[in-house]
Design a protein around this ligand. Structure first.
Ligand SMILES: NC(=O)c1ccc[n+]([C@@H]2O[C@H](COP(=O)([O-])OP(=O)(O)OC[C@H]3O[C@@H](n4cnc5c(N)ncnc54)[C@H](OP(=O)(O)O)[C@@H]3O)[C@@H](O)[C@H]2O)c1
Length: 256
């Protein structure tokens, strides 16, 4: 492999991916496993992550895959979780914080519970999980948070979600400030509209989906494959001088 391409390699790295049972987290974990990384899959639905692990082991003879079934909103001891996540393959080099929710409630119907669940899973968990894993990553670590168009744009019925995603971009900068001197880079990917369980209601509405596509420069909504390159880039040495940044993978939605 030529030297420039070699910098994109994630071979031999170990990556923890939360939200690995579905959508973006599942896709990123799959891409990384196919590229030679060991992956630790985290989500609540045990059958779903176990089935993904079986598929990866079947498709990739050398795959290193482990699953940890966990409700991240119920974690009280992130250091204990970090030990569990590090058990199969040693301390992870990378963490992808992809678990997230958006309950899509009008402002006057948002309960304290749904507000707190959203902020906790989307913003608080990425901080505490990253902090628990960062010691083991020192020297050569990468954290990828998942931001959103809603980090910088308002959409209807999404106040706690938007607040959490605005927070994620600033958390990413703060992580970069704190941990980059010790060799742990933190960046975020901000996806446009991608078809997943989270966005099913949007994609089920043809008019809404078409309007979102029209808002991009490219003229279509995202396909999960569009996230493969950015994932490998931000996990690998190819992005060695990038930290504290938000990479918008949105077809130019925010450029217009
Ligand atoms: N799709 C898009 O267009 C889009 C755009 C911008 C940003 N994002 C962000 O991308 C990330 C992934 O979203 P997605 O679209 O892939 O959504 P998704 O398909 O609904 O996946 C969400 C993931 O989060 C996990 N999860 C939810 N609650 C959890 C909990 N309490 N504990 C542990 N895991 C939990 C789910 O697994 P279980 O249900 O098995 O626990 C699932 O794997 C989110 O942060 C989202 O905000 C998505």
């Amino acid at each position: 492999m030529n030297q420039a391409l070699h910098r994109f390699s994630v071979e031999g790295r170990v990556v923890v991916v939360t939200g690995a049972s579905s959508g973006i987290g599942k896709h990123m974990a799959t891409v990384l496993a196919h590229a030679g990384a060991g992956v630790v899959l985290v989500a609540r639905r045990k059958d779903t992550i176990d089935s993904l692990a079986d598929t990866l082991r079947r498709d990739i003879p050398t795959a290193r895959v482990h699953t940890v079934c966990c409700d991240l909103n119920a974690v009280e001891d992130f250091d204990a979780l970090a030990i569990e996540l590090s058990a199969p393959f040693g301390a992870p080099n990378s963490l992808i914080n992809a678990a997230g929710v958006n309950f899509r409630e009008p402002a006057d119907q948002i309960s304290a519970q749904s507000w707190n669940q959203t902020i906790n899973l989307n913003l608080t968990v990425p901080f505490f999980l990253s902090r628990a894993l960062v010691n083991g990553m020192r020297g050569d670590g990468t954290i990828i948070n998942i931001a959103s168009l809603q980090s910088i744009r308002a959409f209807p019925d999404s106040m706690p979600y938007g607040a959490s995603k605005g927070g994620v971009t600033q958390l990413t900068r703060a992580m970069a400030q704190a941990w980059s001197p010790e060799g742990v880079r933190a960046n975020a990917i901000a996806p446009g509209f991608f078809p997943t369980e989270l966005t099913q209601a949007v994609f089920d509405d043809d008019a809404k989906a078409a309007a979102n596509a029209r808002q991009t420069c490219i003229g279509r909504n995202g396909e999960l494959e569009d996230l493969s390159g950015p994932t490998l880039f931000l996990c690998s040495a190819a992005s060695s001088y990038m930290t504290g940044q938000v990479l918008y993978v949105d077809g130019g939605f925010t450029a217009k």
